[in-house]
Design a protein. Structure first.
Length: 391
């Protein structure tokens, strides 16, 4: 008797390193797929390495293309990014034929059974190249933003092969309003978070806080600005010198040293890079940071009401995030980090009510997306299975 094993499915998760959220979402998704779909062979595909395998841009400039964007985020130089995004999109349109040819060669070489994009701006090239080189292979875009920034950012209405996974009702409605067939749209309960945000070990908060010199009962704030930190944290630390704070600086050790040197009248803990962001969030009671979809979603998932800002420096794709915070009652929004104290006082003045509202949010997207991908792959393969079974 011979046992027939199902063929191993090859799945490509496409990301890039402009900001940390795309790689983080791809990695988190790969971790859960390894558990939910052990028969799948999951490959993380760094898009820029496919499009520029020789590193020509880096050799010419000394930097990867994403480095300029990430350095600007770290320095807070975000004014004008809306105009630069339009310029970038125009350059992508001009380069489209060459991008498609390069991607076609990649798909023919790697032969995936399913391609999942976790990046904006390049979905037309990804979808068209896949359809022309491997017809019938599903192409899925998982939005890692709470909303789209049309046109041609996440949603491609006239790209019929694009299946779109949306983490908010706003994103789903944007796709419908743009003309996407509802059959192409799939709703999940939020942004993709790392699995360790769900299966964290028990924690004695009071004892852990006392060990760090933080008060066990008084509300403690957590300040975080991504993996590279931000100099605006110095401004916040000065304004909030009388509030207990945990400040996560990422890989910016110079910033961490500056923060440790600042005088303060309340206890504070300053950390450099840590892989245990979820643990530090669980030690806090409220969160302050930029309106990035990842950090806001992480804080809300762990029960922390948020304080963030919206102004001319807010990146265009993150402006809706502040509306989400306000409309859902998840925290407060200030006009500037330089005038953050009123927003913090408003939050702390009604912290128990905000915590109740935040606790009502239930994000299971990282576990919902793999089930959706399995269904889309099965649907794509069903016609072939029916043909093979026909007499």
């Amino acid at each position: 008797m011979h046992t027939t094993h199902a063929p191993r499915r090859r799945v490509s998760l496409v990301f890039f390193d402009a900001g940390g959220g795309h790689r983080a979402a791809a990695t988190a998704l790969a971790q859960v797929l390894a558990v939910q779909q052990p028969g799948w062979q999951v490959e993380l595909v760094q898009l820029m390495e496919v499009l520029d395998p020789q590193g020509s841009f880096q050799r010419l400039t000394g930097h990867r293309p994403e480095d300029y964007y990430n350095q600007r985020l770290a320095r807070g130089w975000t004014l004008g990014l809306a105009q630069e995004l339009k310029l970038l999109q125009a350059m992508i349109r001009l380069a489209h034929p060459g991008l498609v040819r390069t991607l076609q060669q990649h798909w023919l070489r790697t032969e995936p059974d399913l391609v999942v994009s976790l990046v904006p701006n390049f979905n037309r090239a990804l979808g068209e190249s896949l359809a022309s080189s491997l017809p019938g292979v599903p192409f899925v875009t998982v939005m890692t933003d709470l909303a789209d920034h049309p046109p041609a950012f996440w949603i491609e209405p006239d790209l019929p092969q694009q299946q779109l996974i949306c983490g908010t009702q706003r994103a789903w409605q944007q796709a419908r309003d743009a003309g996407c067939d509802a059959a192409r749209l799939h709703r999940v309960s939020g942004m993709i978070l790392r699995p360790d945000f769900y299966d964290a070990p028990p924690l004695d908060r009071a004892a852990a806080r006392r060990a760090l010199g933080l008060p066990a009962e008084q509300p403690v704030g957590l300040v975080m600005f991504g993996g590279q930190g931000s100099k605006v944290m110095l401004t916040l630390a000065r304004q909030l010198h009388d509030l207990p704070l945990i400040l996560l600086c990422g890989r910016n050790e110079a910033l961490a040293s500056q923060l440790r040197a600042l005088p303060a009248t309340a206890p504070r803990v300053v950390l450099g890079f840590t892989p245990e962001v979820q643990r530090w969030m669980r030690l806090a009671d409220w969160f302050i940071g930029k309106p990035g979809p990842g950090s806001l979603s992480e804080a809300v998932h762990l029960g922390l009401p948020v304080v963030t800002v919206r102004n001319a420096f807010t990146m265009p794709q993150e402006r809706y995030n502040t509306e989400w915070v306000r409309e859902a009652g998840l925290g407060t929004v200030a006009p500037s980090f330089r005038a953050i104290r009123p927003a913090v006082q408003e939050l702390l003045g009604d912290l128990p009510a905000y915590r109740l509202t935040v606790a009502a949010q239930h994000n299971r997207a990282v576990f919902e997306v793999p089930a959706l991908l399995a269904r889309l792959l099965a649907d794509a393969e069903a016609p072939f299975s029916a043909t093979e079974l026909a007499p």
